[in-house]
Design a protein. Structure first.
Length: 424
């Protein structure tokens, strides 16, 4: 067996080496390279597409951001108006007549009364006449009728009373409305007999003439204060203090009423208020509890000045080449008012006044916000200074536009806010 085995080993042919065909191998390599190239190109194409997609997305986001930003664009303007400090010392005049072309004033007239009870410290014999107020009517003619002081009046209670001042009763109006005037009256003699509820009056001196029925009077409220006999007494000092307190309380009450009645556009200076009281306006009623009640009557007159006209007048007198621009004076009510010839003025028939105004004042120019906003709409930010230069009533201003990269003011009014920082 070893011999056969050896023979088999010897006879077994050797393994043949497979020869490779160069052309086939070359084709195979080209194919492999092509496949690799295709794979690489495909990968690059996918990467490029992905990059392009992200780039487009980024551009879209940026575009949307800018579009939204411009859609919600806003502008804010803060303005400081022109001001000028002046020292006022003006002698001025005003008239009730609105057609006069000058300053205009109105007169507020408010009557009233105040009471105060005083405890007596003793008794004294007194004789007091009854007092009251009446309205006299002139339905006789359009001519005024003059009544002298102490003109006798016959009351509907049969008692005689008299006027305590000289009085002029206006004539009838063109429509036939009787002229009328108020006047204080006294009983013809002391005593409680002249105290009365409201009365009608005839003028004794006109009896037997056509005037008797046409010129007549009616009392305003009751007639009181008539007294004869022992009455509570207070010291002179206490009475003077009470009278002073009464006048102050009456003025404060009437001033409040006057202040509530000030029409828009008018000014009532504290020194343009005058309380008219007299001895005849103070009445005394003696009480059974050993006290006395003082009643102070009076009329408050207040001079109301037109604020716009007064402001323009002050500007004309204190600003060189004032062009009539719209202005105001924030502290105009703090100026000091002084009425000329106050003692010689009759408030009842006042038609014109002369007065002085003095003190420091700040004149402020107003800005037409609507016009200024309209001039800004849609304009480039660089034009702001040029637009601002056209407004001589503006001292300075700042413009803020958002977003910051927007180069022009929005073109819609609702997107532009203009604030004027007026002095208070």
């Amino acid at each position: 067996m070893p011999k056969r085995l050896l023979e088999d080993i010897v006879r077994k042919p050797a393994t043949k080496e497979i020869k490779k065909n160069p052309k086939v191998e070359e084709v195979r390599e080209v194919r492999e390279i092509g496949e690799i190239a295709i794979k690489t190109e495909t990968t690059q194409t996918k990467n490029r597409s992905r990059f392009l997609l992200w780039f487009v997305a980024l551009i879209s986001v940026v575009f949307c951001f800018f579009a939204v930003s411009f859609l919600f664009a806003k502008a804010k303007v803060s303005i400081t108006p022109k001001t000028q400090e002046v020292t006022v010392n003006e002698n001025l005049s005003a008239s009730k007549d609105s057609s006069s072309g000058g300053l205009i004033f109105n007169l507020v007239v408010i009557p009233g009364q105040e009471n105060k009870k005083i405890q007596a410290t003793g008794e004294k014999e007194v004789q007091e006449v009854a007092t009251g107020t009446m309205v006299i009517y002139n339905a006789f003619s359009s001519a005024p009728q003059t009544l002298n002081i102490n003109t006798k009046l016959e009351g509907s209670n049969g008692k005689i009373y008299k006027t305590d001042t000289k009085t002029v009763v206006p004539g009838m109006g063109k429509d036939g409305t009787p002229g009328q005037v108020e006047v204080n009256i006294d009983g013809n003699a002391p005593g409680a007999d002249y105290n009365s509820d409201p009365l009608d009056f005839k003028i004794v001196n006109f009896k037997g003439t056509p005037k008797y029925a046409k010129i007549y009077g009616r009392s305003k409220g009751s007639i009181t204060g008539g007294f004869i006999g022992q009455a509570p007494d207070v010291s002179l000092a206490d009475k003077l203090v009470a009278e002073s307190n009464l006048k102050n309380a009456l003025q404060a009450e009437l001033l409040q009423k006057a202040t509530d009645q000030i029409p828009a556009g008018f000014i009532l200076y504290k020194d343009a208020i005058f309380l008219d009281t007299g001895d005849s306006d103070l009445s005394t009623v003696y009480n059974q509890d050993n006290s006395m009640t003082l009643t102070q009557s009076g009329t408050l007159y207040g001079i109301l000045l037109n604020e716009q006209g007064l402001t323009k007048k002050i500007a004309e007198n204190n600003i060189d080449k004032y062009d009539g621009s719209d202005i105001y004076i924030p502290n105009i009510k703090n100026l000091v008012f002084s009425l000329s010839n106050q003692g010689a003025i009759s408030f009842a028939d006042m038609q014109s006044i002369n007065f002085n105004l003095s003190g420091p004042a700040q004149i402020v120019w107003k800005v037409d916000v609507n016009k200024f906003t309209s001039d800004l709409l849609g304009k480039p930010k660089n034009d702001f200074t040029q637009i601002l230069s056209q407004y001589l009533n503006i001292s300075s201003a700042t413009l803020t536009v958002s977003p910051i990269w927007k180069m022009s003011v929005p073109d819609k009014v609702k997107d532009v806010t203009v604030t004027v920082n007026y002095p208070q």
